[in-house]
Design a protein around this ligand. Structure first.
Ligand SMILES: [Zn+2]
Length: 234
């Protein structure tokens, strides 16, 4: 593997493992959020239509938890790499905004962001506070819903197209803390490889997709990003 510097178009693809080191609870797995909550009550359009206040209260509670967490040293490394290489893009499955809080600017959030609200008619509003600025749209009074991809939602096609585009045009693809078992994100490593990118997996454990990568780094995200010679080669 060459040094990081020899790649011009770099995609970092991050998942729950990246945020977990900030103390953000993961969704799946033992002790995860879906162990405590039923997504059908709090994270799907049907529930939102039936009980908007309950669904919004749940997400407000999640936002408060997130505000008590902070980006870790690994997030800072990605921001530093972004500052040194003009063509670095982070494609993330996380909705928690940690990359932006660490100062990253080129972030494609394929599942949306818990820090944005959406009116079906008037579009998207940024809303970054501890409590919501508005529960209903200031223009039409419709309930605002978090701009995230819930269960049963279709993916945002425009966002996915952008993500597909950057993944298929990169020459280095580094996935961090994701098992990428959920489609369509599960297709990214193969897409990058098919288009000729060097593919690196950073994850403490092997994943179902590990064999697709040219190289694997079996460390937690922050350690790999801070200490691995490849990352230090920037
Ligand atoms: Zn509206």
């Amino acid at each position: 593997m060459n040094s990081l510097q020899s790649y011009s178009r770099i995609v970092f693809f991050t998942g729950a493992g990246m945020s977990a080191e900030s103390g953000v609870p993961t969704y799946r797995g033992k002790g995860g959020i879906w162990d405590q909550y039923d997504y059908q009550d709090v994270a799907c359009q049907k529930a939102f239509e039936k009980y908007p206040e309950k669904v919004l209260a749940y997400h407000e509670m999640r936002r408060n938890l997130l505000l008590s967490c902070h980006p870790h040293a690994g997030h800072a490394v990605l921001t530093a790499i972004e500052n040194q290489h003009p063509e670095v893009i982070i494609v993330t499955q996380n909705i928690d905004g940690m990359h932006q809080r660490a100062g990253s600017r080129n972030v494609i959030e394929i599942h949306g962001s818990i820090w944005r609200m959406r009116c079906p008619v008037h579009g998207i509003f940024e809303d970054m506070g501890e409590t919501y600025r508005h529960y209903t749209c200031p223009h039409c009074d419709a309930w605002l819903r978090p701009d995230i991809t819930w269960f049963d939602d279709a993916m945002n096609e425009q966002v996915m197209k952008r993500a597909d585009d950057v993944v298929s045009h990169c020459n280095l693809f580094v996935s961090i803390g994701t098992s990428a078992i959920i489609w369509p994100a599960a297709g990214f490593p193969e897409l990058a490889r098919d288009y000729g990118a060097w593919c690196v997996e950073i994850n403490p454990e092997a994943t179902k997709l590990s064999s697709l990568y040219h190289e694997t780094i079996r460390l937690p995200a922050s350690e790999a990003l801070q200490q691995h010679p490849f990352m230090a080669s920037r």
